[in-house]
Ligand binder design. Sequence first.
Ligand SMILES: [Zn+2]
Length: 146
Amino acid sequence: MTLPLLKPALYRAQGTPALPEHPALLGGTCRCGHVFYPWQSYGCERCGAAGDALTPMALSGRGKVEASAVVHLHASPERQAPFTVTAVRLDDGPLVRTLALASETGQGTGLVPGDAVVAVLAEVSDRQQEGSTPARALDLRFVRVA
Ligand SMILES: [Zn+2]
């Protein structure tokens, strides 16, 4: 059985023609040429156009690390540390603040600026409903390209 996506408004399992085997991020493009993530219809961050000027666009899950930091302690006990927050510049343009795929040892992922990374779907506990038993779901992570 395939697990549900944790945030289906932000990404999909189906990739793009450029990178079919990895999940795509659901962004958009403006008629001015600006590419953004995530998808929204409020208006372009560059030129302010809204409505018909904005078009949904599936972004390739490939990019390069611009920054990376290991979080050793999180304010929420629900968040199991350590985990790695990383800023990935997608090949399609937008900068995405996201999580790196945890290593099996639980140590940092060792991502450094310039590393090529791709999006993957990783199994996580969905703790959005407080008090309920966490359900399993797939969430977006980034991993270094070997
Ligand atoms: Zn625009």
